[in-house]
Design a binder for this molecule. Sequence first.
Ligand code: C2E
Ligand code: MG
Ligand code: MG
Ligand code: MG
Length: 287
Amino acid sequence: RSKELGRNSYQLYKATMNARSLERLTMTSRIKQALDRNEFALHLQPIFCAEDTSLAGAEALIRWQDPQLGVISPGQFIPLAEELGLITHIDRWMINKSCALLALWQQDKSWQGRLAINISAAHFCQDGLVTTLREAIARYQIDATQLELEITESSFIKSFSHAKQVLLELKLLGVNIALDDFGTGYSALSYLTKLPIDKLKIDASFIAKVPDEYGNSEIVSAIVAMAKNLNLCVVAEGVEKPCQQQFLQQLNCDYLQGFLLGKPCSSDEFTRRYSLPQPRKLQTYEC
Ligand code: C2E
Ligand code: MG
Ligand code: MG
Ligand code: MG
């Protein structure tokens, strides 16, 4: 009986494993296909100056429009793409699109802010990111000081010296560096003084509990104060309520991002909303 049970559970295990590897295989080819068929889209979320809520920049956020499944959010496929070794392709696609868009805005001189791109830690830790960016900047002839890269603390875990080298090279290109989801990692804070980082983005999970939940306001105000003392810019992510906006304005937080002031939207809608040149004129190159 127990032998049979063992065999059954082994069969079940095998079936699950097969299903899983089949799913991985399917997803690998589907993500590749999505890249080929242009099923990804660049969406944008505005970022505002806290002081006067004027537009300060935008974050590029990827969306996957699957013909059958509809819109798939990055939370559903980015971790998988990282696991499957496809994130570099996706990030490159976004870098290319973002640089093309920035070039269009810069030609028109209508864009004064920064455009931020998310770079996965898995991508950051590989060789080639600096080259990819250098080539994209040259290809689209953009002023890289209006380009920002959002990286996370997990980018530093594998090799601190590699991370430092990459960041220094990126700074030489003129690119701005923001630390995304700040406060959720486990790294020692000392890296903040050892790496060329320009900006901290306070993770939305802290902002969500402000100002009600005990201790959270203190943490947020401490992060803002620390950023100021280290001469770093600071952004609050996930601002959803007027009371959160007020609280952050009182702290002199530099920038606000969240559904309260602006939700992510398609690049067409974004450019209409802020009277920027239409991306229909967008010229992208194969890379
Ligand atoms: P993130 O970089 O921290 O981006 C902010 C996320 O918070 C976005 O989710 C945005 O839509 C959402 N958000 C903004 N304001 C609010 C708010 O007020 N309330 C709430 N509840 N959410 C808000 P999204 O677009 O689903 O992206 C999720 C994550 O996926 C991103 O987090 C980023 O880590 C990753 N991601 C998105 N696009 C890319 C990409 O092109 N490349 C890579 N490597 N990762 C990406
Ligand atoms: Mg981000
Ligand atoms: Mg974030
Ligand atoms: Mg994130």
